[in-house]
Design a protein around this ligand. Structure first.
Ligand SMILES: *[C@@H]1O[C@H](CO)[C@@H](O)[C@H](O)[C@H]1NC(C)=O
Ligand SMILES: *[C@@H]1O[C@H](CO)[C@@H](O)[C@H](O)[C@H]1NC(C)=O
Ligand SMILES: *[C@@H]1O[C@H](CO)[C@@H](O)[C@H](O)[C@H]1NC(C)=O
Length: 283
């Protein structure tokens, strides 16, 4: 059994820090709203212009979704070497990978999600796990037991389970499939700031968040090469849950003009893999 001392030693050996970042996971600020949208609008389609979007990945719509699951191998956070944000040795870069449940892919829709953030900060890397019942603020998973940490290369399964109509709590969880261990959080009935995820959407997403001090500017997106949400699927809420694969999900990409245009290329591979590659449209 790993002790917290041995995990600390491992983490130190890999150049990974335990620094915390105040990531802002709320709706875009008013000044940002006009240029960063979370999904394409008819107006964008009409002007044939790539909409600004802080999210890439896949959004599955189906009836009666009760849970969403996906597994990633945590990518190493790296400084991009291409594009307008590239090669800033003193810079901060981040990317966030999450799996969640929601209603609609819009900024204000409730979401129940679990995720992993990766940071590259002047050469130091940080990896951590968080959960959120949006619009409540996000919270870092409690890792004080000392038996959970994330390093690149770990295979982690993220999942969210909607609260049941019978009062069973909502659940978010990140599991370490490489070495065992998990962190989880249960939302007691009524704890989710009111609006529950409505049971019609499941998502596997890479997102470029902002920091609390600078809520209108997404952090420069880290280079995560190509990251796959393996076995991405939803489960129906019914007692004998049925699996719905992400195969028919709608795909979308991060696109931010200030960072070089389209920054991800996301696709579905096989029946259940959502693959997102870090790219830069205008190097
Ligand atoms: C990300 O890293 C890969 C592998 O080193 C490299 O080929 C690619 O050009 C990098 N992408 C960016 C945007 O810097
Ligand atoms: C997974 O377990 C290994 C071995 O116990 C540990 O070193 C690693 O930090 C863990 N990762 C997570 C995400 O818990
Ligand atoms: C980690 O610690 C928590 C709290 O002590 C415990 O419930 C959990 O089972 C532990 N997990 C592992 C993999 O040891």
């Amino acid at each position: 059994m790993k002790t917290s001392a041995s995990i600390c030693a491992l983490v130190a050996a890999l150049g990974v820090s335990a620094k915390t970042y105040d990531v802002y996971r709320q709706a875009p600020q008013p000044q940002q709203r006009h240029r960063v949208m979370l999904a394409a609008t008819a107006a964008d389609a009409a002007t044939n212009k790539a909409p600004e979007s802080v999210r890439g990945g896949a959004w599955l719509t189906a009836d009666d979704i009760g849970a969403a699951v996906g597994t990633i191998v945590v990518p190493q956070a790296r400084m991009p070497t291409e594009g307008p944000t590239g090669n800033n040795q003193a810079g901060l870069y981040m990317a966030s990978f999450w799996v969640g449940l929601g209603c609609a892919d819009t900024a204000d829709s409730p979401l129940l999600r679990a995720g992993v953030d990766i940071f590259w900060d002047g050469g130091m890397e940080t990896y951590n796990a968080w959960h959120q019942w949006y619009p409540n603020p996000s919270t870092a998973f409690d890792v004080s037991a000392g038996n959970f940490s994330i390093v690149p290369g770990d295979r982690v399964r993220m999942g969210a389970v909607a609260p049941g109509e019978d009062g069973t709590p909502g659940l978010v969880r990140v599991e370490n499939l490489s070495r065992g261990g998990e962190v989880r959080y249960e939302f007691a009935a009524g704890q989710g700031a009111g609006a529950a995820p409505c049971g019609t959407g499941a998502a596997w997403v890479v997102e470029d968040f902002t920091l609390a001090g600078l809520p209108d500017v997404p952090v420069a997106l880290a280079n995560f090469s190509s990251t796959t949400f393996e076995d991405a699927h939803a489960l129906t809420a019914a007692k004998h849950a049925r699996t719905i694969s992400a195969k028919k999900a709608r795909l979308f990409d991060i696109s931010l003009q200030d960072q070089g245009g389209k920054l991800t290329s996301c696709s579905i591979s096989g029946r259940k893999n959502v693959v997102c590659s870090r790219m830069v449209e205008n190097p």
